[in-house]
Design a protein around this ligand. Structure first.
Ligand SMILES: C[S@@+](CC[C@H](N)C(=O)[O-])C[C@H]1O[C@@H](n2cnc3c(N)ncnc32)[C@H](O)[C@@H]1O
Length: 236
């Protein structure tokens, strides 16, 4: 049965979900049937051309037990449990997302870890739920999925929430080398499925920050430039 607009309006899985999510990523992150099928490690492994473990390690290696960590969006597979386990019971792990089904999956995965909390919140406006601020904030493959104006809002909101001494970790796509064959596969994928992704081929993540010069930006690329991990800290 096809969904008409009036059924979308009352479906709780669609309530309050940003338009770009329903227009572009309905099948990936909004429709519960699809999310149930896709939320697996093997899917992340294939999407990231077998680079999933090293990209996750780039994030996990920045976490120390006892830290207060905010991950701005859910990710398929077991990443959120691995983050929460590394943070440990003396720390805090807050996971936000904008779609009910992804929040549901995150809550199920983290149910046994009392120091982890799943909160409905937009990365562009979430104010945080820790008085002292987070020691580490991570955006794992979110920026390439959001429209250009949202990229600015998300980067600024995250940086505005970062206390002195804290760190932001952005893991995302980047401009692949011309000789990297994956570049041409991604061009096709982007054309049909990821209309906002190629902006990260042209712009450094720093470009989206109003106050970029107040921070240090440490970038590492992977897989001949296909991916990047950027660690951001306040300048001393
Ligand atoms: C992190 S990204 C992509 C991750 C990766 N493709 C994976 O393997 O899951 C996908 C998530 O971002 C969420 N999302 C989209 N826009 C958001 C926003 N403005 N704030 C927080 N989460 C958002 C989506 O609902 C989705 O759960």
């Amino acid at each position: 049965m096809t969904k008409n607009h009036s059924s979308l309006a009352i479906d709780p899985y669609y309530e309050g979900v940003p338009t770009y999510m329903t227009e572009v990523y309905d099948w990936a992150y909004v429709d519960p049937k699809w999310v149930r099928a896709l939320d697996r490690n093997i899917v992340v492994r294939i999407l990231l051309f077998l680079n999933d473990q090293r990209l996750m390690r780039a994030y996990l290696n920045e976490i120390k037990p006892g830290m207060r960590v905010w991950q701005v969006a859910h990710v398929y597979g077991d990443l959120v449990q691995r983050v929460a386990e590394k943070v440990g019971s003396k720390g805090v792990f807050h996971l936000t997302d904008v779609t009910p089904v992804q929040l549901e999956h995150g809550s199920r995965k983290l149910a046994d870890m009392k120091w982890a909390k799943v909160i409905r919140g937009d990365a562009a406006s979430f104010a945080g739920e820790v008085k002292e601020g987070y020691d580490l904030i991570c955006s794992f493959f979110l920026l390439h999925e959001v429209p250009e104006e949202k990229k600015y809002e998300i980067v600024d909101n995250i940086l505005n929430r970062l206390p002195k001494g804290g760190k932001v970790v952005f893991v995302d796509y980047h401009n692949p080398k011309k000789w990297q064959p994956i570049r041409y596969i991604l061009k096709l994928v982007n054309r049909y499925l990821e209309p906002f992704a190629e902006a990260l081929w042209k712009n450094e993540i720093k470009h989206y920050a109003k106050n970029a010069d107040a921070f240090t930006w440490r970038k590492q690329t992977f897989f001949a430039g296909v991916y990047q991990c950027v660690v951001v800290e306040h300048k001393k």
